[in-house]
Design a protein around this ligand. Structure first.
Ligand SMILES: *Cc1c(COP(=O)(O)O)cnc(C)c1O
Length: 402
């Protein structure tokens, strides 16, 4: 995980700029801040990479998803198509917007498929919340066309795919609004942080006022600003934003190096019979944070995981059993265990989540083992890792088990 692998003098310098002035707040205090505006700088760095017209930094990737939904006009009672394989924040953001998640099938892209989305559309469908998983991207051109055909909004949660692109356009910028996460486990980290992006000025205005109690951010008397809409506090602080600035500047290097390392591993591991990889709609646009192995079936993937654990091979995720990334473990959500009633509990859920059948998603996630690509790997380390992976997979797939 590069965000945590590369950390040093550059991050300290940016944070120190803030500590010198003591202005930890992103707005106002013009006289005291000595022209230090880290949240704004963070947004500029994100725009440089993604070519987004507008970017707005917030407190987390989760709140960035909330801003994206709000900016797209998604709210109470709206059906939003979501994947069963995602970090659960995507689904939580839909629920807390008062909207109703409708789960649809993913495919070997690890993202919602156009076929899955089409099958889940109802007259009440307002939006698709497309999540670009594991550093890659969905079949975005087909999904954009489908959303246009059906006249539904496209919102992208690119929490795991900052820096990934499809045919030259960065993920997050295909629909009404998109989001990135800069938490501690992403390609770049702000400690905690997220960024909302859009090419639509009105969506941007909504997101930036929504994320700060409706403030319109005009003038220099915060208490007397107008509040065009009701909002809440999703602000990022200057210290986190400062880390985000330094980290975002590292991303072009990280992606270049990640791609080299992933290509090395892919070449080695593709020689193993029975191993294939997740599909990338545009391989050239991969952010290459994960190498996603697909085993022949769930049973063999589980045996491979067991062999990895026995052999002390680390650095991988078996999402099928992960508590936060796959629907099979989301009993709290299926049974609507909430602190207080949400809109969905008043309006009624659009699907019986306890009886959902998503066979394609079960098959794909069951077969999937993802290795986090390390930017600091040496060739010797990668060779040693590949040898271990190969031995474990061969053992797990040997005919004894058949
Ligand atoms: C990490 C992540 C989020 C949430 O980001 P936080 O910054 O941890 O709130 C949302 N969606 C996806 C797909 C993620 O991977």
């Amino acid at each position: 995980m590069p965000g945590t692998e590369l950390f040093g003098a550059e991050e300290k310098k940016e944070v120190n700029d803030v500590l010198e002035t003591g202005i930890l707040f992103r707005y106002n205090h013009d006289a005291q801040r000595n022209n230090i505006w880290k949240a704004r700088e963070f947004e500029e760095e994100v725009k440089k990479i993604t070519k987004a017209k507008f970017a707005h930094a917030v407190s987390s990737g989760s709140t960035a998803v909330s801003c994206a939904l709000a900016a797209a006009g998604i709210g109470a009672g709206d059906e939003v198509i979501v994947p069963p394989f995602t970090f659960i924040a995507s689904v939580e953001a839909v629920l807390f917007a008062g909207a109703l998640p409708v789960f649809a099938e993913i495919d070997e892209s690890l993202c919602l498929s156009p076929e899955g989305i089409r099958a889940a559309i109802t007259p009440k469908t307002k939006a698709v919340l497309l999540v670009h998983m594991c550093g890659g991207m969905a079949r975005i051109d087909e999904i954009v066309a489908l959303c246009k055909e059906k006249n539904i909004a496209l919102v992208e949660d690119a929490g795991q795919a900052f820096g990934a692109s499809f045919k030259g356009t960065f993920v997050g910028l295909f629909g009404k609004a998109g989001s990135y996460s800069f938490d501690f486990f992403k390609i770049a980290t702000a400690g905690e942080g997220g960024v909302f992006v859009t090419n639509d000025e009105q969506a941007y205005r909504h997101a930036e006022t929504y994320s700060d109690h409706g403030h319109d951010h005009i003038g220099n008397n915060r208490g007397m600003e107008n509040h065009p809409i009701v909002g809440f506090n999703f602000r990022i602080g200057e210290l986190n934003a400062a880390v985000g600035v330094a980290q975002t500047r590292r991303v072009p290097y990280v992606i270049k190096k990640n791609r080299e390392n992933k290509a090395f591993l892919t070449a080695e591991l593709s020689k193993i019979p029975g191993v294939s990889f997740s599909k990338l709609a545009d391989p050239a646009g991969d952010s290459a944070t994960f190498l996603n192995l697909l085993l022949p079936d769930t049973a063999s993937a589980k045996r491979v995981v067991e062999e990895f654990n026995n052999a002390g091979v680390g650095g991988f995720n078996y999402w099928f059993l992960n508590m936060y990334h796959f629907i099979n473990q989301w009993d709290h959500l299926k049974n609507m265990k909430t602190a207080a009633p949400l809109a969905i509990q008043v309006l009624g859920a659009p699907q019986d989540y306890t009886k959902l059948q998503l066979p394609k998603s079960q098959e794909v996630v069951g077969r999937l083992i993802s290795f986090g690509i390390r930017v600091t790997w040496t060739e010797d380390e990668m060779k040693a890792l590949c040898a271990k992976i190969k031995a474990c997979i061969q053992k797990a797939l040997s005919p004894i088990h058949a």
